[in-house]
Design a protein around this ligand. Structure first.
Ligand code: FAD
Length: 457
């Protein structure tokens, strides 16, 4: 079912006569399954009795993306292209700025359908297409359970204000999506333009003119791998998730965030797979997958300065300013942080985990960000250091969750706590707290094992 709230015409042009295809511009939802935008495009193409041509444009200059991210994305796209082929849909992948590529192909399209993205650049790309195309451009929102503007028409203060809104309506949107087949195949309807050959990901990656300073991670991209991780999570981890998800030594979280970030798996599909799980397990996981994740979308959608220090609430900026000149017992440069050269073994382990694997345990992410604030020259500098390290190394970086997660360490979506040095009223975390709650030796051993290159269980 495709709810009308997911569908938004981005312009109001009539359908031109005699156009050979309907175009589906895939950008943020890089998958062939549980994709409302794709299904909507298939239905429109079938109604118009035209083939559906799918298109993906690879920009080589997406802000802060490097080889690690590109490999993961290309692995996923290769699989998606093959899955679409089985349904009679040709996915044309080109090395071109996405909006420019979409605009070129829109000149021959009866209609263009595009998925929704929330970041500034993704929104600007869609606006460029909607303004420039002489056919209808329709956006279909599929990377959230509840469409962002339906969930809330304003920036929410905290999860406490957002949660009741989401809970009220999430079941209306958590409906299975029926998958269709294109009635007219788009094979043989290729426009005469260049294409990017993805049959060999290594060879394709070597051709790209991208930042190669961060090496690929071992995690494999793609929907099949995401679904495998989901099965492992449901069978082996969900039952322990509520009690142990925060324990960095335990690895009881799903590991799905990079796949969600690239749209290789749908949050709706994950939610529906949980339907038979005991309610208590389900609720704890959905608090993260739906409430927290979609609060991040709410943040980047409604706050134009989502990537800047100024996005923090006034109380947080005021208290951090008041404590700006407090003595910092430890101060580290960005290089020292990047090379995990601090006095704190837990922080160093978290940094190493991220650099080596492209992931960092969720609880350590909070600790990691808080310490960057504590050890930074100024809160502003700490904010940009944390965001840039997160986005450079994490496979799921540059996501709405990245901006909300880093901002949370500086007071976003939180409340004032007791006042203390450096942090003022911003929530504080310390190593003693980690040791009190968890077996931190186990975490250190786990990261040391990664460092030695030994296979992980
Ligand atoms: C400093 C900092 C930086 C962060 N950077 C990112 C980032 O770049 N990309 C990213 O996706 N998440 C980020 N997060 C949020 C969170 O840490 C990760 O989403 C989570 O650790 C991903 O691991 P998982 O998939 O195993 O999560 P699970 O616990 O299995 O949760 C399932 C899904 O729920 C969502 N989720 C879980 N925790 C949160 C949370 N606290 N906020 C919002 N959504 C959540 C994610 O989509 C996750 O994949 C950051 C948090 C902090 C404090």
């Amino acid at each position: 079912m495709i709810q009308s709230e997911r569908v938004l015409p981005l312009n109001h042009r009539p359908i031109p006569d005699d156009r050979p295809y309907v175009l589906y511009w895939m950008q943020s939802a890089q998958r062939a399954s549980c994709n409302h935008a794709l299904e909507y495009a298939i239905r429109q193409a079938n109604l118009l009795r035209k083939p559906l041509l799918a298109f993906f444009g690879i920009t080589e200059s997406f802000p802060q993306a490097n080889e690690r991210h590109y490999r993961f994305m290309l692995e996923g796209l290769r699989e998606t292209r093959m899955e679409l082929e089985k349904r009679g849909i040709h996915l044309l992948i080109r090395r071109v700025s996405p909006e420019a590529g979409a605009l070129e192909l829109a000149a021959f399209a009866a209609l263009v359908v595009v998925d929704r993205g929330y970041l500034r650049i993704e929104r600007a790309w869609r606006n460029t297409l909607a303004d420039g195309a002489d056919c209808p451009v329709i956006q279909v929102e599929t990377n959230v359970v509840v469409p962002v503007e339906t969930a809330s028409s304003k920036e929410e203060y905290t999860a406490a204000t957002f949660r009741p809104r989401i809970h009220r309506i999430q079941d209306l949107f958590a409906q299975p999506l029926q998958e269709g087949k294109a009635l007219v195949s788009s094979f043989g309807h290729n426009p005469s333009c260049d294409f990017f050959d993805l049959s060999d990901v290594d060879a394709a990656l070597a051709l790209l003119n991208i930042d190669r300073s961060v090496r690929s991670a071992s995690a494999r991209g793609g929907t099949a791998e995401a679904k495998r991780l989901l099965r492992v999570f449901l069978m082996d981890k969900l039952a322990g998730y509520a009690d142990l998800k925060n324990d960095p030594g335990m690895e009881l979280t799903s590991g799905l965030s990079p796949y969600l970030h690239f749209g290789q798996i749908s949050p709706l599909e994950i939610m529906l797979e949980l339907k038979d799980a005991p309610a208590a397990y389900r609720e704890v996981f959905l608090e993260e997958l739906v409430v927290r994740r979609e609060l991040s979308m709410n943040f980047v959608f409604h706050n134009p300065r989502y990537d800047a220090y100024e996005s923090l609430p006034a109380w947080a900026r005021a208290t951090l300013e008041k404590h700006r000149s407090d003595l910092r017992p430890y101060r580290y440069t960005r290089d020292e942080l990047e090379n995990a050269q601090t006095h704190d073994p837990y922080w160093n382990a978290a940094q190493n985990e991220m650099v080596l694997t492209g992931r960092m345990h969720g609880y350590m992410r909070m600790y990691w960000g808080k310490k960057i604030l504590e050890w930074g020259r100024t809160p502003q500098e700490a904010f940009s250091t944390a965001l840039s390290l997160n986005n450079r190394y994490c496979l799921d970086g540059r996501d709405p969750n990245a901006f909300a997660g880093v901002a949370w360490c500086f007071g976003k979506h939180d409340r004032p706590w007791g006042e203390r040095d450096i942090f003022g009223n911003v929530r504080y975390m310390n190593a003693k707290g980690l040791e009190r709650k968890f077996n931190m030796r186990r975490y250190l051993q786990r990261v040391a094992l990664m460092n030695s290159g030994a296979p992980q269980s």
